[in-house]
Design a protein around this ligand. Sequence first.
Ligand code: PLP
Length: 331
Amino acid sequence: VTEGFLPLREWVCGHIASFAGFRPTSEQVLITTGSQQALDLMARAFVDPGDTVLAENPAYFGAIQAFRAAETKLVGVASDAQGMLPGALEEAIQSACTPVKLLYLVPNFQNPTGATMTMERRREIAHVAARFDLPIFEDDPYGRLRFSGEEIPAICSLPEAGTATYLGTSSKILAPGLRVAWLVVRDPSLFEKIVPLKQASDLHTSAFTQQIVHGFVSDTTRFGSHLSALIAAYRERRDAMLAALGDHMPEGCTWTRPDGGMFLWVTLPESIDATHLLQHARAHKIAFVPGEPFWLDAPKRNTLRLNFSHTPAAKTGVGIARLAALIRGCS
Ligand SMILES: Cc1ncc(COP(=O)(O)O)c(C=O)c1O
């Protein structure tokens, strides 16, 4: 079945209801081959070449690739520590040169910045989008990976966000190699456009891997303890990285303090180009992702993304000390 293995779609409904503040029905769920396929399908189903798509700036690079491959015009909307700025969103909608078809958001522990949009901001953004009849596309791969702070309901749970589409994945809570994700479309008639595109692309997501995912997650006790173990490990690794940054980074560097997810975002003194820094970093056996490709416009080359979830806490201090020494050498 192109829409996916029914028991998995039913599990997705309960899973989303357990933390996101809304409960979809299985008819609203389409299983996709990773979130990346859903990004590609959404870009092709909702947006015509030349149309405008609005997103946070910086934004997730895989989404940038999907929307650019569909020849859309991606425009970045300014954010602060609370998330996208409603005034900037309104201005971007009004000043767009081509029809604005979609607002792409990663409200929880965003990739690349680690920032989380507050409840108030979610409401304000949903309100602006509703006023301009702009569909929201909420991408939430990290929502279950919260280590601190209060759970915040998804934008999709808000009455203002009636037409919003939600995307979740097994990649960050189970295994990215399985390529099993879920797209929740509130108006199932939209599947008339999306399902034929998926059929043309791969007929359906591997029934075998869907059943592997279902077999694991439907054992509530095992899945619950797996999630708790992940959260505990990633919290320890985040804390180790934040402590090491505080101990070693030179004056003039700032970084985000994510409440979950996998990444944090560092801003270096303006004179330092993170892409150049990476070339030297390799010789010291450390790596990071330079910030430049995540910017939709006006790239801030003095930014970089650090992943904290991969490295055991005991090794993080060594890596951050080496990074700090390199930055000092450039200043
Ligand atoms: C915001 C965001 N969306 C989507 C994806 C893609 O996930 P998947 O492995 O499900 O394709 C990622 C992966 O890093 C991500 O950070």
